[in-house]
Design a protein. Structure first.
Length: 99
């Protein structure tokens, strides 16, 4: 994809970047080169390649999904909502904000 001087001028204006007139043509060539590299990625055969979030195999540390004991644990719904201005059945009641 080739980018011309007018496109660079328009993008610079939209991004509120002040570029001197003599820099527009070199920027157009640079952006065209970058887009050319990106277009080459379409030629890569990715058949059978799984998507990945990291280049190294990492597994997250897991813990048991259980209530903790003590004052910071669960099982105390009355204490949790004690300072709330309005509650109902151990839930916080808040005003509706979506119409």
């Amino acid at each position: 994809m080739a980018v011309d001087k007018e496109t660079v001028r328009k993008v610079a204006r939209l991004a509120r970047i002040a570029e001197p007139e003599e820099r527009l043509e070199p920027l157009a060539e640079e952006i065209s080169g970058i887009l050319g590299w990106i277009e080459q990625l379409n030629e890569v055969d990715i058949e059978g390649v799984e998507a990945m979030a990291s280049t190294v195999d990492v597994s997250l540390a897991l813990r048991a999904d259980a209530l903790q004991e003590g004052p910071t644990g669960g099982g105390q719904p009355d204490n949790i909502v004690a300072n709330a201005p309005k509650t109902q059945d151990h839930f916080f009641v808040v005003p509706k904000v979506v119409e």
